[in-house]
Write a protein of this length. Structure first.
Length: 146
């Protein structure tokens, strides 16, 4: 393949597997403690490693009153050029119902490691790693929905 052809082809595929990466600071996730309709919410940031040994950044938003009591959790998944900040879009709706929200920067997105996205192939494994982590580390969560 000629160099010119390669550059032309690269312009076609690269935006698909490397869309613009959403760049943000931790402050973009808001305060570590805040109120939603009279419910005090605590944000806990943490990292996990996926099966490819990439570090993934996550945030758990949970009502403080339920910290060590059984309650459900929703794992929020962002779009192909998004990040865990998008999980804020459902917090106002689910926190008052005593449901926690866990947002994740999937590999290749946000503040997580990885150069490319895979349009769901590797991301599904990222979600399984987060699910397994929550099952072990947050045993009080009665159900976790992906």
């Amino acid at each position: 393949m000629k160099q010119e052809e390669y550059k032309w082809n690269e312009k076609l595929w690269k935006p698909i597997i490397r869309p613009p990466r959403y760049s943000y600071k931790l402050s973009g996730l808001g305060s570590e403690a805040f109120m939603v309709q009279g419910v005090v919410v605590k944000r806990t940031d943490f990292s996990i490693k996926n099966n490819r040994n990439l570090l993934l950044q996550c945030s758990l938003f949970e009502p403080i009153k339920l910290k060590d009591k059984p309650h459900p959790c929703i794992i929020y998944l962002h779009g192909n050029s998004g990040c865990r900040i998008e999980s804020h879009s459902i917090i106002d709706y689910v926190i008052p119902s005593n449901i926690s929200v866990c947002g994740i920067d999937l590999s290749g997105s946000g503040q997580s490691q990885g150069e490319y996205i895979s349009l769901g192939y590797w991301e599904s494994e990222d979600v399984q790693c987060l699910y397994n982590y929550l099952r072990v580390e947050k045993v009080f969560m009665s159900s976790i929905k992906k």
